[in-house]
Design a protein around this ligand. Structure first.
Ligand code: GLC
Length: 459
């Protein structure tokens, strides 16, 4: 009974969030305008926030909105943008967009490529979510015409070129700046953050199905797809080995030799055992493990990031055994990672000098708040999906029941504060749309696990 009312309230939020352009629904707002907004751009449609909305629309048979969204974002991407000697790469997609009325009274779409957002960083996840959503749309509707349009094909080629082009890198993981994905403020995640690697792998996994340009294929396309295939395998092996941490691996790292030269070396990334933080030693239970937040030469960020781990499970980036151990970790460390509101964004929070240096003393990201260890209901749907996929409906249901008790009563906050997420976030927005859609989508997934088939190679 409670659940029915809560779901009704979530559906109302979704309906009221629909954004129109020239009479067509093209997206959903980040938050309803009724409450004072925590940030002005919450009146915009964020690419990543639209993903759970899109999923729900597809389940409801309203695929037109998703199609309109995919087309709209594509047109925004193609607008040329030059900033004094620096051109944003073709293929990069905006973090968000809004509809404005110009002086002649006609509607105009305005995109934000990071130049207006607080973090001032071009989002890297948007283009990846766009391709993944295109794949979900294609699977769900059977409409292959959209993905095969020349402008869709060329956009996918641009995105692939951008992600696969040679750089100064020696590892198969993708090098990106801080704040370029869901965590869009400085949080010490520059380099090779797990979330981006999981999304990148998701894209490489589906690109063959989507990039359908008719025969004969151009030389460029054949070579691009070949590079994508090789990179996919290399990325898979790399993440499974170098990002994985469990007690066995922690013991290896603890006893690592360093400064090894040549191909025989074992500690190839030259990780110094002294960099193992104290908290991790007692935190990892037996028969559990996770993919660490970031890896590069001489650097292992041991923090646990939920989204990257959950997407790794969903896209089969982690092995079956690793996925099982990640879910075991959630179960054993329930208070830390789920607590009073699913799901913790990062564990643990950064405090003291580390917080000062890495966030630039960001008051919004104080320890155990917002992106620095807050609990985000928007992360519930990937948790529920990953748990179902790993055969752990029991803990998916437990997390869902925890959320359903509070969200409507609390007016759909964006995030919660505190070690276990008991407090509504100090600067949290209300009626946040992906909080509501995440609950709706979790409900649908629990009712019908076969919906997981829509995700790239989910089952
Ligand atoms: C915050 C989140 C970001 C989200 C946006 C809109 O900036 O960090 O991931 O897209 O709010 O909800």
């Amino acid at each position: 009974m409670i659940s029915t009312e809560v779901l009704k309230s979530a559906s109302t939020i979704l309906e009221h969030s629909i954004m129109y352009y020239q009479g067509r629904p093209v997206g959903t707002l980040a938050a309803l305008p009724s409450s004072p907004l925590a940030a002005a751009n919450y009146e915009e449609c964020f690419i990543r926030d639209f993903v759970p909305s899109a999923f729900v629309f597809l389940i409801q048979g309203r695929s037109e909105i998703v199609k309109n969204f995919l087309e709209t974002v594509l047109t925004l991407k193609t607008r040329e943008r030059v900033v004094a000697g620096h051109e944003i790469q073709p293929g990069v997609m905006p973090a968000s967009f809004r509809v404005t009325i110009d002086s002649s009274g006609s509607e105009k779409l305005v995109a934000d490529f990071g130049e207006r957002a607080i973090g001032r960083v071009a989002p890297v996840d948007s283009m990846m979510w766009w391709i993944i959503l295109l794949d979900i749309y294609t699977r769900s509707t059977g409409d292959v015409e959209l993905a095969s349009r020349p402008e869709f094909q060329s956009t996918m080629a641009q995105i692939l070129h951008l992600c696969l082009k040679d750089s100064f890198e020696v590892s198969p993981s993708l090098l990106v700046p801080d704040a370029c994905s869901m965590i869009d403020r400085r949080m010490g995640i520059y380099g090779h953050p797990l979330e981006i690697q999981s999304l990148f792998y998701g894209v490489l996994r589906i690109i063959d199905n989507l990039y359908l340009e008719p025969e004969p294929q151009s030389k460029d396309k054949v070579s691009l797809l070949h590079t994508a295939k090789v990179r996919k395998q290399a990325l898979l092996n790399y993440v499974r080995i170098f990002y994985w941490l469990d007690l066995k691996r922690l013991n290896e790292i603890h006893r690592y030799s360093t400064e090894e030269l040549g191909p025989e070396s074992i500690n190839v990334l030259n990780i110094h055992p002294e960099s193992i933080p104290n908290w991790v030693v007692n935190w990892i239970p037996l028969d559990s493990g996770y993919l660490v937040g970031n890896v590069s030469v001489g650097r292992m960020d041991f923090r646990f990031f939920s989204l990257g781990n959950l997407l790794a499970i969903l896209f089969n980036l982690s092995t079956e055994d690793q996925s099982r151990k990640i879910l075991n970790l959630y179960e054993s460390r329930w208070d830390d990672l789920i607590g009073d509101m699913p799901v913790k964004i990062i564990y643990p929070a950064m405090e003291g000098l580390e917080w000062e240096v890495r966030t630039g003393s960001d008051p919004k990201n104080v320890p155990w708040s917002y992106q620095n260890g807050g609990n985000w209901p928007a992360l519930m749907w990937p948790f529920v999906a990953a748990a179902i996929k790993t055969g752990r409906q029991d803990i998916a249901e437990r997390a869902y029941q925890t959320a359903v008790k509070r969200l409507k009563e609390d007016n759909w906050p964006e995030y919660y504060d505190g070690h276990s997420g008991r407090l509504i976030g100090r600067r949290s927005n209300f009626q946040q749309v992906w909080t509501a859609t995440s609950l709706l989508l979790s409900h649908h997934l629990l009712e019908d696990p076969s919906l997981l088939d829509l995700l790239p190679n989910a089952l």
